[in-house]
Design a protein around this ligand. Structure first.
Ligand code: PRP
Ligand code: URA
Length: 206
């Protein structure tokens, strides 16, 4: 499956503001929310539709609705930052939650929570996380979603490292990746460079 890098002027501007260390929490949230909407629009571009009939004030014509239920699955915590920018775009979406935290010493993912709907097998599932660094968290989250039945899965992330993309593609070659940037790589602490720092800390102000 290909990696889609969003090529959109507004996305570039939002991402630049998020990278800037002077951007405080309130503005960081605002930019992430806007960027999430743009990324989701790209990732949802080819969502399968069904044709329906609609009656306008003048006549009857053909229109469309999304064929399957849409499920957002943010990886806690930082993935929550993408949710409110996406929710208004498809108002009846379901929000699943997967809690995964990187171990600060090993950078390996540790799962601590999951609340998934029972309808994943029939849904279009969007896995959300602002950062794809080593890829460990996204690989594990996608594994959990598939184990719970998901078979139409897409990964949406803001900043990716080549290492994370390689790891994710190796583990889940069937899952397309949508990102707004592929950065140079990881530093010795497995942070993305140039990146934007710790997304969760910047979003939640911790
Ligand atoms: C960050 C980020 C991803 C993960 C990416 O979360 O939001 O989930 O790291 O790194 P990886 O690709 O190497 O797994 P973190 O573990 O810091 O937890 P948080 O969202 O609670 O801050
Ligand atoms: N998690 C983050 O929040 N930022 C990184 O650069 C890597 C992992």
């Amino acid at each position: 499956m290909p990696v889609h890098v969003l090529d959109h002027s507004l996305a570039k501007v939002h991402l630049t503001a998020m990278r800037d260390e002077r951007t405080a929490t309130e503005k960081f949230r605002w930019h992430l929310s806007r960027l999430a909407g743009l990324l989701f629009a790209e990732a949802a571009k080819d969502l399968e539709l069904e044709t329906i009939e609609v009656k306008t004030p003048l006549t009857t014509t053909q229109g469309h609705r999304i064929r399957r239920k849409v499920v957002l699955s943010p990886i806690l915590r930082a993935g929550l930052g993408l949710v409110d920018g996406i929710l208004p775009l498809v108002p009846d979406m379901i929000v699943a939650h997967i809690g995964i935290c990187r171990n600060e010493e090993t950078a390996l993912p540790e799962s601590y929570y999951a609340k998934l709907p029972s309808t994943l097998a029939e849904a279009e599932v969007f896995l959300l996380d602002p950062m794809l660094a080593t890829g460990g968290s996204a690989v594990e989250a996608a594994r959990q979603l598939k184990a719970a039945g998901a078979n139409r899965l897409r990964l949406v992330c803001v900043v990716s490292a080549p290492e994370g993309i390689a790891a994710f593609k190796a583990a889940h070659p069937d899952v397309p990746v949508f990102t707004s940037a592929i950065d140079a790589g990881l530093n010795e602490r497995c942070y993305i460079v140039p990146g934007l720092g710790d997304a969760g800390d910047r979003y939640f102000g911790t």
